[in-house]
Design a binder for this molecule. Structure first.
Ligand code: ZDP
Length: 276
């Protein structure tokens, strides 16, 4: 079986192309091969599958074997895979995901290869029940969450997948291994949640560290960067466009005033190919 290893600002994936549908053993496969000691090593497995609505359907399985609805860094990798191999030989293409439906993607080319990818990540979901959270209220902006004997002020945003965004002075100092799992599994989030700690360095520059649902501490999370910018706007910290710096690199995120959609721009790279 052939695979390609790709990464988007350090969020890394095993890409599998050519299956007709999601294999029955996809969950077991992800657990086994995402392992960094006994497997290939990755934050998730990405399947590129036929789509009736878009150029391609993408499904992603987290390293713990669970399937999220949506995935920002992975969709940029998927677009580069499809463009560089001329499977979809156009700089404008569409990729379908479970959480956000058909997503338009625009590729910037350098030396005939995809260098940067801009993805229409759709409209953020702010309705408390739809995120989903069990909390009362139409939306959850700057609310208090008690977890592990501490109080966090957080904003909840879904980009198709759930995010709990916490603004803090020193995002880079937060002990993710300690607080990540407690917040990920907090009962306020019935489908668990991704957790972002964000420092507003300046209105147009956010620093973000992430604990990903189902994958733990990763170098980057595209949907998390989108959720963080939306939360920064809702809390009055940022204008509608900012750079989000993650441990593995930077993304540009814009929450369009015109159409209410979030646009994410960033790089994607192929690392190696292999045979299992
Ligand atoms: O929602 C989740 O369970 C995430 N772990 C999915 C993966 C998100 C991703 N890191 C991203 O960049 O959005 C691929």
């Amino acid at each position: 079986m052939e695979f390609v290893k790709m990464q988007g600002i350090g969020n890394d994936f095993i890409i599998i192309y050519g299956e007709k549908a999601l294999p029955a053993d996809a969950s077991e496969f992800a657990k086994r091969w995402c392992d960094r000691h006994f497997g290939i090593g990755a934050d998730g497995v990405v399947y590129l599958l036929p789509s009736a609505e878009a150029d391609m359907m993408m499904r992603i399985i987290n390293s713990d074997g669970t399937e999220p609805e949506q995935c920002g860094n992975a969709i940029r990798c998927a677009a580069k895979y499809l463009f560089d191999r001329a499977i979809v030989p156009r700089t404008l293409m569409t990729i379908e995901t479970i959480g956000a439906g058909v997503q338009p993607v625009e590729i910037t080319v350098a030396d005939g290869m995809a260098a940067a990818v801009r993805v229409d990540m759709g409209k953020p979901i702010l309705n408390a029940a739809a995120i989903p959270t069990t909390l009362e209220g139409e939306s959850i902006v700057d609310q208090v969450l008690e977890a592990g004997g501490r109080e966090f002020r957080f904003t909840a945003v879904s980009m198709g997948n759930p995010h709990c965004v916490i603004f803090t002075e020193q995002a880079e100092q937060v002990n993710l291994a300690e607080w990540g799992p407690i917040l990920e599994h907090h009962p306020a989030f019935p489908r668990k949640t991704n957790v972002e700690f964000v420092t507003v360095r300046s209105p147009e520059h956010l620093i973000m560290r992430v604990w990903e649902r189902g994958a733990g501490s990763t170098l980057a999370c595209g949907t998390g960067a989108c959720a963080s910018l939306v939360a920064a706007v809702l809390n009055g910290h940022s204008p509608r466009k900012a750079t989000v710096s993650l441990a593995g690199g930077d993304l540009t995120i814009e929450w369009s005033e015109e159409d209410g959609r979030v646009y994410m721009t960033g790089p994607a790279e192929e690392v190696f190919r292999g045979t299992l």
